[in-house]
Design a protein around this ligand. Structure first.
Ligand code: G4P
Length: 528
């Protein structure tokens, strides 16, 4: 893509590939990310990203407090160049730091890479993140990892994709053996075999027109595992899904790659094929219709606000996805919500090793803007008339809930101010009970409560009492059907921050019982 000529703005935009990795903890997200960054030369040594577990810190952990805690509070951004493409990987925190930010990050990408541990198959967190990608209709590329270990039968894994996630699949390659007997992958797309643990010059074997090894003396050809792989591929050719670029593009078919991130096997082929099929920045819907990424007027939206938890630095960083045009330091933009004009002088672009200053950022890129409380999640910034507003970001259904109150009753003012601001910022969801107007907070992950508590104390001088009320299932109802006599501890009637009524059900059983008892009340969940 990049020749000896100077890239035009349009070339720059078309060279962008912005994606996030969705997976369950331990499937290999960190390991794969690190290998990709190595290919791109963005990091020099293995272990830079993964250092997290060994006491060093992930490159994505760029805030002091995150370092102290040893976790990445934020979904940060890593950028590298490969073969003329500029790739942005947006980190989706898992483990204890799973939060609404993890979901929101998926609003800012053009495609997703789903990693599945071949021994475990599809796990909880993957399902949740997959649903968000599905809702957006973005392309999903699957990497089935850890083939160097014994895992589930590959055909079974494909069936799981279809049954659990409801997505069609097309294996781009197919494993020959597995675990101790892993010999390599049969590459259906490039019509070659990539051998595992052999000298580099023997790594690839080209296949003949029939898709077989021509050389009869080949050791691999004589192996029973090769025979078995051929039989399975025959089955896939006859009974499997057809390859379809259109279906990949609308997210209804996922290309599947087998490999092993830890041994760096199949990763480069994956990256190269991914870059060919993954979309460049896509048009985005707004109140003025779809905005083309190659349109030259700068615009973007904020999908995440990261507070610096170090009390010595009260600054925050708003993460902005550029949707059109080019960022220039010091440019004047308008914040549509307030109509205010803002000069973007201090911004950072995210790289693997460090926060560095943005030099050129175009549609598809993510920039960080210093924020002193100006921005909210979902805000649109643009040049021009300043009337442009990108589509609202969805609210993600929280699962964990706490009752919260001020420790010091005399400091109610600080308490209310803090809660309202943090809720506005999108750090946490707020609900109020009907009669007592008790505050209930909802979050996707436990970490959101910890961050809330910490920030209330440090930024609003308000210590809070949090009483965990466990996981709940929220279901919204129509205002005309509000009946406070139906509220109980098992089905608690509350209002959300837009005053919309909903029930918090104790569990599935309570939800079903309620539905049976009150079939006339329509319960809804905006995420489903
Ligand atoms: P995550 O970010 O998705 O949570 O996963 P991560 O990459 O940290 O990988 C989780 C564990 O799986 C790590 O082992 C990692 O080395 C291992 N792993 C990743 N890819 C592969 C693979 O292709 N094959 C095999 N066999 N293992 C793989 P750990 O023992 O939990 O961590 P560590 O002590 O090695 O850092």
């Amino acid at each position: 893509m990049k020749g000896n000529y100077i890239m035009t703005f349009k070339d720059e935009v078309l060279s962008r590939r912005t994606f996030a990795i969705i997976s369950h903890p331990d499937a290999g997200k960190t390991t794969l990310t690190e290998q990709l960054l190595l290919f791109g030369g963005a990091i020099r040594a293995a272990g830079t990203v993964k250092g997290k577990k060994s006491g060093k810190f992930a490159t994505s952990d760029w805030m002091e407090i995150e370092k102290q805690r040893g976790i990445s509070v934020t979904s940060s951004v890593m950028q590298f160049e490969y073969s003329g493409y500029r790739v942005n990987i947006l980190d989706t925190p898992g483990h204890q730091d799973f939060s609404e930010d993890t979901y929101r990050t998926l609003m800012a990408v053009d495609s997703a890479v789903m990693i599945i541990d071949s021994a475990k198959g599809i796990e909880d967190q993957t399902i949740k993140l997959f649903k968000v990608c599905r809702m957006r209709g973005i392309p999903i590329f699957t990497f089935i990892n850890k083939l160097d270990r014994q895992g589930k039968n590959p055909l079974e894994l494909l069936a799981e994709l279809e049954e659990v996630l409801g997505i069609e699949s097309y294996p781009m390659n197919w494993p020959i053996g597995m675990g101790k007997e892993f010999l390599g992958i049969y590459d259906r797309y490039y019509n070659r075999i990539e051998q595992f643990r052999v000298e580099d010059n023997e790594r690839f074997i080209s296949l003949n027109e029939d898709g077989e090894i021509s050389d009869d003396s080949s050791k691999l050809k004589q192996s029973g595992l090769y025979e078995q792989a051929l039989e399975e591929i025959l089955l896939l050719n006859e009974a499997g899904n057809e390859f379809s670029r259109e279906k990949i593009a609308d997210g209804t078919l996922t290309p599947v790659f087998f490999g092993s991130a830890l041994t760096n096997f199949g990763v480069q082929t994956f990256l190269e094929t991914y870059l060919q099929f993954a979309p460049s920045p896509q048009p985005r819907n707004s109140n003025e219709g779809y905005i083309e990424p190659t349109s030259e007027d700068f615009s973007g939206f904020i999908f995440k606000i990261q507070a610096n938890m170090n009390p010595a630095h009260r600054d925050r960083i708003a993460f902005l996805r550029i949707c059109s045009g080019e960022f220039e330091r010091g440019m004047n933009v308008t914040l549509t919500r307030t109509g205010k004009s803002i000069k973007l002088s201090q911004s950072t672009q995210f790289l693997a090793d460090d926060r560095s200053t943005v030099n050129n950022a175009v549609s598809g890129d993510i920039i960080g803007i210093y924020d002193t409380g100006t921005y909210q999640i979902g805000d649109t910034l643009s040049i021009g008339k300043g009337k442009l507003q990108y589509e609202k970001l969805p609210q993600f259904t929280p699962e964990l809930f706490v009752k919260v109150s001020a420790k010091n009753v005399l400091k109610q003012k600080h308490f209310h101010k803090g809660v309202l601001q943090l809720v506005q910022e999108g750090a946490i969801q707020l609900y109020k009970t009907y009669r007592m107007e008790d505050y209930i907070l909802g979050a996707v992950g436990q970490l959101q409560f910890e961050v809330f508590e910490h920030r209330m104390k440090n930024e609003y001088n308000s210590e809070v009492i949090m009483e965990h009320i466990g996981s709940k299932i929220p279901r919204w109802i129509d205002e005309s059907q509000v009946d406070e006599s139906l509220s109980s501890s098992r089905s608690l009637l509350v209002k959300d921050r837009y005053d919309k009524p909903l029930f918090l059900f104790e569990n599935d059983f309570a939800l079903r019982w309620f539905q049976d008892k009150h079939p006339d009340i329509k319960l809804s969940n905006p995420m489903e």
